[in-house]
Design a protein around this ligand. Structure first.
Ligand SMILES: NC(=O)c1ccc[n+]([C@@H]2O[C@H](COP(=O)([O-])OP(=O)(O)OC[C@H]3O[C@@H](n4cnc5c(N)ncnc54)[C@H](OP(=O)(O)O)[C@@H]3O)[C@@H](O)[C@H]2O)c1
Length: 435
């Protein structure tokens, strides 16, 4: 056994309290796996005097002085969240020689390169498995296991709250608002669900996944983001009729020019229909999954709990053991890989497919007019289905599914359809993925 390694824990909330318990309860096993004891030297919190009966440590370890604590640690675990003071604390910790394990997706997606640069400058580790999809090992597979392959697409269900809401809308037929209320009552959604339902949380994770997959810096403000607040019961029903489900997807795609050379990356978060036969369609309740397509490996799916104290602590502890082993061996793990430096393309240039449901007049020539709107915008139709509506008003429903086309062309088509005299209403439109 080597001399103990000093571990500082920043934050003791949902994740931090599980991490503290695991450090204490599994201390002997962790020591055996690392080759040195992990000695918890302090826990920084906002309110150090608050009783924390579920955290079995000496109450004297709690402090509000995180800045002093990080200066004497070998390993700092940051589970405070947010940008400040987490960023300054991590940078101070690294400056004083500590390796850092963090679960902070918001900070990594906003300012990851600064953290990476500090880690490289000071020769320490920056690990963040828990920042994407909780317990699911996905950061290390992307950073290490798949680094010899060419990843060209990542599709993720990376937000449990929105998956819970969309899954319940699918199984009950209920609308968005009442389903969110149900999710709040069951503890699956925050009192203010904005970060989840508007896609901010998923966008941060998409930025991290795209950066890793494509060796290119992607920040959260470069991610096209649409949440699920506009998803209606009619959209979910339309998906059912197509034997599909609606999911909020984090999509990271490598784009290539005519010669096959990588030319850019598309990174986006939006609701999309996926066929029920796709592996991601089977991800129910608040579970997460990440579906990766790589040149040699083919299709891989990583699945599991995406949040919660204990599941997330599993990812944090895995990182702690990894960085602790590196310290004993005198090395460090992977540094930032951003050599490809590809541009992030705008949403208008992303290639997607659309499902569009229209209420139209049931008379000759309508189909030709509708088809003309697609052709005028360079969008090729894959299938059209027509159903006469039983409302006695000579109306029909047209359901059109397109081939892949630039998103801008598809949006222009929807605008053109809205302006057609024979189209009463564009009932729903949604992007189609995974088919
Ligand atoms: N919750 C999850 O399921 C989950 C899953 C994956 C990743 N994450 C990430 O993990 C991180 C922590 O999330 P959480 O849910 O555990 O948060 P949380 O329950 O709100 O806990 C935050 C902790 O940070 C402490 N804190 C807040 N401001 C502080 C400051 N200025 N100085 C020192 N301590 C401060 C709080 O102290 P007090 O206890 O005194 O208030 C609390 O202990 C976030 O980055 C989050 O995105 C969370």
């Amino acid at each position: 056994m080597s001399a103990p390694l000093k571990v500082a824990l920043l934050g003791c909330g949902v994740v931090g309290s599980s991490v503290a318990r695991a450090l204490v309860d599994n201390g002997d096993d962790l020591a055996a796996r690392v080759g040195a004891r992990l000695e918890l030297i302090g826990i920084a919190v906002r309110r150090p005097d608050r009783p924390r009966p579920d955290v079995p440590v000496d109450p004297g370890l709690f402090t509000s002085d995180a800045d002093t604590l990080v200066r004497s640690a070998d390993v700092v675990i940051e589970v405070i969240g947010g940008i400040d003071p987490a960023r300054e604390l991590i940078l101070t910790a690294m400056k004083h020689g500590a390796s850092v394990v963090t679960a902070n997706k918001a900070l990594l997606a906003e300012d990851g390169p600064t953290l990476y640069a500090a880690a490289a400058e000071h020769g320490v580790d920056l690990y963040y498995e828990a920042a994407v999809a909780g317990a699911i090992p996905i950061v290390r597979p992307m950073r290490e296991s798949l680094v010899g392959d060419d990843v060209h697409r990542v599709l993720g269900i990376v937000n449990g709250t929105t998956n819970f809401v969309l899954d319940k809308m699918d199984t009950t037929g209920a609308g968005f608002a009442e389903t969110v209320e149900q999710a709040q009552a069951l503890g699956y959604a925050e009192a203010d669900p904005t970060a989840d339902v508007e896609g901010f949380d998923a966008a941060a994770k998409a930025a991290i996944l795209a950066s890793l997959a494509f060796h290119t810096r992607v920040a959260s403000d470069q991610v096209h983001r649409e949440g699920i607040t506009e998803v209606s019961a009619a959209d979910v029903r339309a998906a059912r009729e197509m034997d599909s489900v609606v999911k909020l997807l984090a999509i990271c795609e490598l784009l290539r020019d005519e010669s096959g050379t990588p030319s850019g990356v598309s990174v986006r978060v939006h609701p999309a229909m996926i066929p029920r036969s796709h592996p991601l369609a089977s991800v129910r309740d608040a579970y997460n999954a990440v579906f990766v397509e790589a040149a040699a490996a083919g299709e891989l799916m990583f699945y599991g709990p995406g949040a919660g104290g204990d599941p997330t602590s599993s990812a944090v502890l895995g990182d702690v053991v990894a960085v602790a082993r590196h310290r004993l061996a005198g090395g460090h793990g992977p540094v930032e890989s951003a050599y490809a430096d590809l541009p992030v393309v705008s949403m208008g240039d992303a290639a997607t497919r659309y499902h569009i449901s229209l209420a139209v007049a049931d008379r000759p020539g309508v189909l030709a007019q509708v088809a003309g709107a697609f052709a005028d915008n360079g969008v090729s139709i894959e299938t059209v289905r027509q159903r006469v509506l039983e409302d006695g008003a000579s109306r029909a429903e047209l359901v059109v599914v397109t081939h892949r086309a630039p998103d801008a062309a598809l949006r222009a088509t929807v605008d053109a359809l809205t302006g057609l005299e024979t189209v009463d209403e564009v009932v729903s439109w949604m992007r189609v993925e995974g088919a």
